[in-house]
Write a protein that binds this ligand. Sequence first.
Ligand code: ZN
Length: 156
Amino acid sequence: MDLTELYQDLILDHGQKPRNFGKLKLYNHDAKGHNPLCGDNIHLYLNLDKKGIVTDLSFEGSGCAISVASSSIMTEIVKNKSEKKAQELLDAFFKMIKDNNDLKKIDLTENEKIKFQSLSGVNKFPMRVKCATLCWHTLKAAFDNQKQPINSEVID
Ligand code: ZN
């Protein structure tokens, strides 16, 4: 199986069976995101402890397979990492989508890297880019406790 097939399988799997789906019972940060171009909606919940670790996060919402898969993969990767690390990953994700950067400098396990990179193919489909980045924009808004929902039409 080549990497492209592996990536496609991962997206399909996470799109059909999203992980960390549903509202958290206990959370202290949340934010909403909306991608009107495709109709994707996400409400992200996260719990940040006193040491700055994301001890739990989840999402609710509906959208296309790419947006759901991206949200599912993001929650898996960010869980139990520090806010600082999550912000680094967020920047790396946007760079990967925009410039097709490789992730040599990113400190992730091999398994996490494959999941993270599975979304890199969307840069060939400009319409899908906002589907894949919506959850990461929403994550940033959740850390900032931004009350205004993210609208992907007005951010790049
Ligand atoms: Zn979408």
